[in-house]
Design a protein around this ligand. Structure first.
Ligand SMILES: Nc1ncnc2c1ncn2[C@@H]1O[C@H](COP(=O)(O)OP(=O)(O)OP(=O)(O)O)[C@@H](O)[C@H]1O
Ligand SMILES: [Mg+2]
Length: 312
């Protein structure tokens, strides 16, 4: 990375717009530094992702494809700067509030209704990507942002692939990679995304990763991904438990696809049954209307909920 600017700098983007660039790095990724800045014409605060040209060019090509999908759950590229410093370029994005890792660290246990909303929105974006032949290949908490209205935006297309049904390179974040990536064989990138969505759903529901190693030993994580039985805590909602089982499925032939996820019971909970005539009489019409408008927040856990998915 180049030396960080010590003062606010003004940079001109390809659109001709000028942006101020704050010297302080707001967040870091493996390949990028993200700074805040301002569009000097509108005064809007923006995020500026600083990367090397080698990272920039392929990511720009994929982002151009993603922009054409026009889905509110996919990051919007506002502008870019091709020659920030020799060999460095900048993407200009809307500035989002926080990523999902920061959100769950701050809130600790998310209510099942919130998990359903967040995961449902992530899947809306992923379904649009897959329907347009884009695989993300780096789904994880840090790459899902929440905007100021708490709506989901998928970011970081640095590892994404367009129009490929088979991939041979290893990519992704260790705790989220699908077991077939560890076999050093060609794999289906869409199926790999669905496994990562299973890891994401697990961590949203349970507050910990299903495959993790305290010692940060990558080989240990990989061994767990390939062989460790997946134990879902009994506190997990039964519909979520069923969805987790078909996402964290090592047999790719049996693993859920985006359309299976979208039609799952977890994302489409059964509406509350209409009250019977006897209930109507006993609570009175106004109370019944209030009851039917209330969101269902509680559920009864099934006794056999601690489910172990068989290792292959
Ligand atoms: N538009 C944005 N608004 C606010 N924060 C952002 C924005 N874009 C990225 N970030 C933050 O910066 C971090 C790094 O960005 P990004 O994931 O794009 O970089 P990367 O180097 O490709 O990451 P990775 O380590 O996942 O490969 C993200 O995890 C996110 O928290
Ligand atoms: Mg990232």
């Amino acid at each position: 990375m180049p030396d960080q600017p010590s003062n606010v700098e003004i940079v001109t983007a390809v659109s001709g717009r000028k942006y101020s660039l704050n010297p302080k790095v707001m967040r870091k990724g493996t390949n990028a530094q993200v700074l805040t800045g301002k569009d000097l014409q509108t005064g809007t605060t923006v995020a500026l992702k600083l990367v090397t040209r080698a990272i920039f060019e392929p990511e720009l090509a994929i982002l151009s494809h993603v922009q054409a999908i026009k889905n509110p759950r996919l990051v919007k590229l506002l502008d870019y700067i091709e020659n920030y410093k020799p060999n460095y370029c900048i993407f200009v994005f809307p500035l989002y509030e926080r990523n999902l890792l920061e959100h769950i660290v701050c809130k600790r246990n998310l209510a099942v209704s919130e998990v359903r909303k967040i995961f449902g929105q992530v899947c809306e974006g992923m379904q649009a990507l897959h329907a347009n032949d884009v695989a993300h290949l780096d789904i994880k908490l840090e790459n899902i942002m929440l905007d100021s209205d708490d709506n989901v935006v998928i970011i970081d297309f640095g590892l994404a692939e367009v129009g490929r049904s088979v991939i041979t390179r290893f990519c992704g974040s260790y705790a989220y990679v699908a077991p077939e990536l560890l076999m050093e064989c060609p794999y289906n990138p869409y199926k790999a995304d669905c496994w990562s969505l299973g890891v994401l759903l697990f961590v949203l529901l349970c507050n910990y990763l299903p495959f993790d190693s305290n010692e940060d030993d990558v080989q240990k994580i990989f061994k767990k991904i390939r062989h460790q039985p997946i134990v879902i805590p009994f506190t997990v909602h039964p519909d979520a438990c069923n969805l987790l089982q078909v996402l964290l499925e090592r047999d790719i032939g049996k693993r859920a696809t985006m359309s299976d996820i979208m039609s799952s019971r977890f994302l489409n909970p059964a509406p509350k049954p209409a009250p019977s005539a006897a209930q109507m009489k006993s609570v009175g019409p106004i109370a019944v209307v209030k009851q039917s408008l209330r969101t269902v927040r509680s559920w009864t856990p099934m006794p056999q909920q601690a489910v172990a998915v068989k290792a292959c």
